[in-house]
Design a binder for this molecule. Structure first.
Ligand code: SF4
Length: 402
């Protein structure tokens, strides 16, 4: 039996690894140091000062008026930084407002249940971020008297706080001169320094971090980090950067060498797998079976219509019967086809083939999941569900009204 409904267990993303545990293998250090030196030599100190001055002046005049820029509350800044990883600003805005209305302080978040946090986060994706934020809030209350630590050692040890989050939150909220290197900043700095190596390669990334740390000013480091990211999201965009409107084009090596469309380079990506999954809408006495995904699995803590990966040569119906037996020790009769839902994650695509099923008897046991519950259809929306299951629920409601 694999992880629930065939989705793989995934390691923490690079940024979710502890900030303090970023030790590099010693044998690679010499190579990294050479490369770092080379990158920085491309931008002498005099040019760095001009770059800072021009970019900060541009940012002061052009920055967007965003909710998290109107506060100095470290908790609110932290929530924004976590939401903005993997999420565009317009998408994050309503979630940010809802989240803070429901959990206005770190204490309120610490007191909430996992399920309440996931429900407010529902639709934003990358749910591990929400669970880490929640666990970190609990530790802040337990170990720091409810006050956000302003020390990179203490803050960086909290779950989900990687090097980026640590630098962004502490520089913006506490004025700590720390770098924050997100995808926008990577692109901008790689272009300033005309770095042609793949920016997702370890040695290049180490060089970029070093360059970012050198560039961050002692005064207003938070504004600086936001200015770099703002430039990346509004002017120095991945395709067709608007160099004519760029306040620092006179100092940008990529612009001078006409390389802006070639940078950043990335390593060749592996093709994204597409998996086929059978999912059962299992009915009994007017209720539908929901399973809670295991905490350590992808989408951990969310509830779903049970099922799993279709094996080679297996039909969706046979898969559903097998998965229900393995996951819940339940015998089901597979009936009418309901819907096919395809959902794309960052690293895989999943097509769910959904069928109505009936289960006459037997207790649903949580063998391959954390919990199994029979739920009235009108109460399913109270549970935190993955985006694909929200679409299945909409199909169930539509079918009921036909
Ligand atoms: S000049 Fe063009 S490539 Fe260089 S930082 Fe500005 S927008 Fe980006």
């Amino acid at each position: 039996m694999g992880s629930p409904r065939g989705l793989p267990r995934v390691p923490a993303r690079r940024d979710q690894r502890p900030a303090s545990g970023a030790a590099n293998p010693p044998r690679k250090r010499v190579k990294w140091r050479c490369r770092i030196k080379n990158y920085l030599r491309r931008l002498p100190e005099k040019n760095r000062r001009t770059l800072r001055r021009r970019l900060l002046a541009w940012y002061t005049k052009n920055k967007r008026d965003l909710a998290w820029r109107r506060t100095r509350d470290p908790y609110r800044i932290w929530v924004a930084e976590v939401m903005l990883q993997q999420t565009q600003v317009p998408t994050a805005l309503p979630y940010y407002a809802r989240f803070l209305k429901r959990f206005p302080t770190v204490g309120a978040l610490a007191r909430a249940s996992d399920q309440a946090v996931l429900k407010v986060w529902q639709g934003l994706g990358y749910y591990r971020r929400a669970l880490n934020l929640h666990e970190a809030a609990r530790r802040i209350v337990r170990d720091h008297g409810g006050r956000m630590p302003d020390d990179p050692g203490a803050f960086g040890r909290l779950p989900g706080v990687g090097r980026y989050t640590c630098g962004a939150v502490l520089s913006i909220a506490f004025g700590r001169p720390l770098a924050a290197l997100d995808a926008n900043a990577v692109r901008v700095i790689a272009r300033w320094l005309a770095i042609r190596e793949a920016t997702d390669a370890g040695a290049t990334r180490a060089g970029l971090w070093r360059a970012a740390e050198t560039l961050v000013p002692d005064k207003t480091p938070g504004d600086w980090n936001q200015a770099v990211m703002e430039l990346g999201s509004r002017v120095c965009t991945p395709r067709q950067p608007n160099c004519r409107a760029c306040p620092v084009r006179g100092l940008c090596l990529a612009f001078a060498r006409n390389l802006q469309e070639k940078i950043p380079a990335r390593r060749a990506r592996r093709p994204i797998p597409h998996i086929q999954v059978g999912a059962g809408i299992v009915w009994r006495r007017g209720r539908i079976l929901l399973c809670k995904r295991r905490a350590d699995a992808m989408l951990g803590g969310l509830w779903e219509f049970p099922g799993g990966k279709i094996q080679p040569g297996e039909s969706a119906e046979a898969c559903i019967r097998r998965e229900l037996r393995e996951e819940c020790d339940l015998a089901v009769t597979v009936g009418e086809h309901l819907i096919e839902v395809t959902h794309a994650y960052s690293h895989l695509r999943v097509t769910l083939r959904c069928y109505h099923c009936r289960s006459a008897r037997g207790r649903a046991k949580a063998l391959g999941c954390d919990e199994a519950r029979w739920v009235r259809p009108e109460r399913i929306a109270d549970y935190p569900l993955p985006a694909a299951d929200v679409r299945i629920l909409e199909a169930i409601r539509a079918a009921a009204h036909e």
